[in-house]
Design a protein around this ligand. Structure first.
Ligand code: PXG
Length: 469
């Protein structure tokens, strides 16, 4: 198996930072560095040191080539090694490395980017508020939504409805709005005024309804929640178009239109969290475009710069921005790095590349369908219960027995077995429990897709044999 996996051509790379050995890096890392979402007792001094990247591949400190089926953390949409972005950053850092956007100031890249974002978003959006990350975008969105209702004369409209198993970041607001039990258990108390309804996860349901009926049924929980809490207390509904970190939960087609209908009917704001789905991932500029809904606000980050520099933001519709501006006076909110000139310069260049290289329509019409088709063929494997994918964002469910609702048990190691074997054999994918997710760079070629799917099959074989042991 290892022979097959390593049979792909390797790119030569210069070894990186030769002044320390791999084990030196690892022990320094383990001495001084607290990593996000990491059990340090498990990690010990075995961290994987990634030193270089090009195209869809990353290279560890020893030069091993790994196909990045996750675009870093769902963000490197245009792939690694694009010198246009590093040059845009360098020239902006030389010109104006930093200035703030408080106190009636702005800088050219942040204005230019605001203008570009206006062009690629739906027409109700006319303004952007910049942040430094997805989590800050979520915090900002919550403050804007609540501020909107204050200035509209409805100060009790505070409650925001989100979904269980949603991921909206790691700040207190992000954790509270997200629906991850493991996160809710740590570091509370959480932010008040947040309610959760079920997620539209058909495969996890008892599958007694058709996906479309199931989508409508889950969406109707929003209406029940509004009636339970009282519409006078509800500010907004927030959802990822497709839940990413939760396991690429693709809602049935009936779901989002029903959510839109309910939000319109009760006059509450609808927010799509586009941190993963935005900037071409689903074959449209934004997830809301794919599901043909019209949100009042959209949060974004990640793909806006393809991860080359940190940047996030909130797109705000005319309706909301004009209320806050006309009725609200100063909005007391902002970050040191709101509208950071270098991040904005990189974002402008990133959007230019997405646009001029037709990467969004390529995802929708060419490479997306190409990967979707191959991904579907993984359903022939005995331990795959379902595959699903929109654009270049997909998942497969590992099951002990095909065509049965049974899952591996709660303590299942199937997903982890797959993931660890994959990364040791040149392929990065994420395991969310026993759901394997993928989200490769939008620039991936057909040959690289073939490599990804062939390697995934071999990882499935390995996982199956480990699970039967
Ligand atoms: N919203 C969504 C939909 C996200 O996916 C955030 C907000 C927060 O963004 P920041 O930039 O603050 O991290 C995210 C982030 C994973 C994983 O393992 C996913 C995210 C971040 C880290 C890990 O799937 N998504």
């Amino acid at each position: 198996i290892n022979k097959i996996l390593h049979n792909y051509p390797r790119r030569s790379i210069m070894s990186f930072l030769e002044d320390r050995s791999k084990s030196d890096w690892q022990s320094l890392d383990s001495e001084h560095y607290l990593h996000p979402f990491t059990d340090h007792k498990d990690l010990g001094n075995k961290s994987r040191i990634i030193a270089k990247a090009d195209g869809v591949y990353v290279y560890d400190i020893e030069g091993n080539q790994i196909l990045d089926g996750m675009s870093g953390l769902w963000c490197v949409n245009i792939g690694y090694g694009r010198s246009e972005l590093s040059e845009a950053a360098a020239s902006q850092l030389n010109e104006l490395p930093y200035y703030n956007s408080f106190f009636q100031c702005a800088n050219p890249p942040s204005i230019e980017l605001a203008n570009k974002l206006d062009k690629i978003t739906q027409k109700q959006f006319n303004k952007v508020f910049y942040t430094g990350s997805g989590s800050e975008s979520i915090d900002t969105m919550i403050r804007i939504v609540r501020r909107y209702w204050e200035v509209m004369g409805h100060p009790n409209k505070k409650t925001i409805i989100a979904r269980k198993n949603a991921y909206h970041g790691s700040t207190i607001a992000g954790v509270s709005l997200g629906g991850m039990n493991a996160m809710h258990k740590q570091g509370g108390p959480l932010l008040p005024g947040i309610e959760h309804v079920d997620q539209p996860y058909w495969f996890e349901s008892d599958r007694s309804h058709s996906p479309d009926d199931f989508g409508k049924k889950v969406a109707s929980q929003l209406e029940e929640k509004i009636l339970e809490i009282g519409v006078d207390n509800i500010a907004a509904f927030v959802g990822e178009p497709i839940q990413g970190a939760g396991g690429v939960i693709i809602p049935p087609d009936s779901y989002w239109p029903e959510i839109q209908r309910i939000c319109n009917h009760y006059g509450i704001l609808m927010v799509t969290d586009e941190v993963i789905c935005g900037f071409g991932r689903l074959g449209e500029w934004f997830g809301a475009d794919h599901f043909q809904v019209k949100p009042d606000l959209m949060t974004f980050a990640k793909g806006v710069t393809s991860g080359y520099l940190p940047l996030g933001g909130v797109m705000v519709s005319e309706k909301v921005s004009s209320a806050i501006i006309d009725k609200g006076g100063e909005f007391a909110h902002g970050f040191t790095y709101s509208g950071h000139p270098a991040s904005c310069a990189v974002a402008i260049e990133n959007i230019r590349i997405l646009d001029e290289e037709n990467l969004v329509s390529r995802t929708k019409n060419e490479i997306g369908p190409y990967l979707q088709n191959k991904w579907k063929s993984l359903e022939d494997h005995p331990i795959v219960g379902e595959t699903r994918m929109v654009g270049l964002m997909g998942a497969m469910e590992l099951v002990p027995q095909k065509n049965s609702p049974q899952r591996f048990d709660d303590k299942s190691t199937a997903g982890m077995t797959f993931r660890n074997f994959a990364v040791n054999n040149g392929l990065v994918m994420r395991a969310v429990g026993d759901t394997i997710v993928t989200s490769p760079p939008l620039v991936i070629s057909e040959e690289e897709v073939d490599e990804l799917v062939e390697k995934a099959w071999i990882c499935l074989d390995h996982t199956q044999s480990e699970m039967t042991k």
